[in-house]
Design a protein around this ligand. Structure first.
Ligand SMILES: Cc1cc2nc3c(=O)[nH]c(=O)nc-3n(C[C@H](O)[C@H](O)[C@H](O)COP(=O)(O)OP(=O)(O)OC[C@H]3O[C@@H](n4cnc5c(N)ncnc54)[C@H](O)[C@@H]3O)c2cc1C
Length: 385
């Protein structure tokens, strides 16, 4: 592979992962072209919540990686890169019946085992911290070291800091491979030559890499309220219902397909979510799902009844068949790196994963073991060709 200073890398996708990779490649002196079928943050990154949360992760590698990723946010904030964009706040894991209390307690034990600070909060104290919380709340754990960042703001900052101008409306139709090496990308009427290619195209990666039976679109609908406070979050932490933990841990608590989060934004608004609708890649919101989210949210935090709904939106997560992201060198094509499948965790993981993808392209050692995420775990005759 060429030396960084003389190397040209084509990054397909200007979501948070592609933008982060491009930022760190540029910082290493590499020439980068970022191409997006639409524009920066046009995919899941621009239609998501922004929990930079270890509390929400499945035990095992995802919890471990989220700890690295959240620390990376802290580092970039301290270095000024994310100044004003990354906000630290607690996550409260909340149970409303005995079954949920058991799940929350198990999840808290798993978090503590992973090295996370976990604090049991008595009901009276919780009511004091978050006045108005529903009568049905039976148990809560506080995870005090989580944070929040908006994906589109992070994406924009990363691109702007490295002076990268994204090529918009540049839909890549194919990775050009010669003698087993990626040598560029094909767009309408054009071949863009490159020494290496990163595919960070979210659900668009399925078509480019023949991952159609491995990547699953998972739609999520969300609701935005008006401001309950001005210039600061309306409540003292992010509320995460046990239904959200259940969804992440692959447990079916009910049939609503809602994993409830009540996210107090720094604007004073609430972001309420969200649905998990498999094999749906449209961006429509519907009254049945929106009312199910509102019902669950009002039960947990009745003061929301005084709020106005100002917007609903839907985004499409890219899930993988085994529930883990896919990041690593392509098993059969040199100079091709893949970074997709971040499902509902890509705002948290994105900067760290983008930086890791840049290291892979530059052939530099990684800051964490990502071997369990390698694309070659799916390598079969028909996949990743
Ligand atoms: C409702 C919802 C809530 C979420 N909440 C959270 C949360 O609280 N915390 C968290 O960590 N994560 C959350 N996520 C997940 C997070 O948004 C994603 O994991 C993350 O944004 C994925 O980033 P990405 O860069 O991999 O992909 P994307 O943001 O999807 O970017 C891919 C880009 O590639 C472009 N593209 C696609 N195909 C092509 C092509 N052929 N040629 C050129 N460009 C192409 C697209 O236009 C797009 O801009 C949420 C997601 C949703 C939908």
């Amino acid at each position: 592979m060429a030396r960084p200073s003389s190397m040209h890398v084509a990054v397909v996708g200007a979501g948070i992962v592609g933008a982060a990779a491009a930022h760190f490649l540029a910082a290493a002196g590499t020439r980068v072209t970022v191409l997006d079928a639409s524009g920066p943050a046009a995919g899941a990154t621009g239609a998501s919540d922004g929990a930079v949360s270890v509390a929400s992760k499945r035990p095992g590698p995802m919890m471990e990686l989220a700890r690295h990723a959240r620390a990376f946010y802290g580092q970039l904030e301290a270095e000024g890169v994310f100044h004003g964009l990354f906000h630290r706040r607690s996550t409260f894991l909340i149970a409303q019946n005995a079954l949920e209390a058991e799940l929350v307690s198990q999840h808290g034990a798993d978090l503590a085992q992973a090295g996370e600070r976990v604090i049991a909060v008595a009901r009276a104290e919780l009511m004091n911290r978050i006045p108005g919380l529903g009568e049905g709340v039976t148990a809560a754990l506080e995870i005090p070291d989580d944070g929040h960042a908006l994906g589109y703001q992070i994406t924009s900052r990363l691109l702007q800091r490295s002076g990268i101008v994204v090529r918009r409306r540049a839909s890549v139709s194919e990775i050009v491979v010669r003698d087993g090496h990626a040598v560029g990308v094909a767009l309408a009427g054009e071949i863009l030559s490159a020494d290496a290619v990163l595919v960070a195209a979210g659900i668009g990666s399925a078509h480019l890499l023949n991952l159609g039976d491995i990547l699953i679109p998972r739609k999520g609908q969300m609701i935005v309220t008006d401001r309950a406070s001005t210039g600061r979050p309306a409540i003292d932490g992010h509320l995460m219902g046990a239904s959200y933990l259940a969804a992440k841990r692959g447990i079916v608590l009910d049939r609503s397909h809602i994993g409830l989060v009540i996210d107090p934004l720094v604007t004073g608004q609430f972001l309420l979510g969200g649905s998990r609708e498999d094999n749906r890649s449209d961006h429509r919101t519907d009254a049945v799902t929106v009312s199910a989210i509102l019902r669950a949210a009002l039960e947990l935090y009745p003061p929301l009844g005084a709020r106005r709904v100002v917007r609903t939106f839907a985004g499409v997560r890219t899930a993988s068949r085994d529930g883990l992201p896919i990041i690593g060198r392509h098993p059969h094509v040199d100079g091709l790196v893949v970074a997709t499948g971040f499902e509902g965790d890509g705002i948290c993981l994105g900067p760290f994963m983008g930086e890791s993808a840049a290291r892979m392209i530059l052939d530099r050692p990684l800051a964490a073991d990502l071997s369990m995420l390698t694309p070659s775990r799916f390598a079969r005759a028909e996949a990743c060709q």
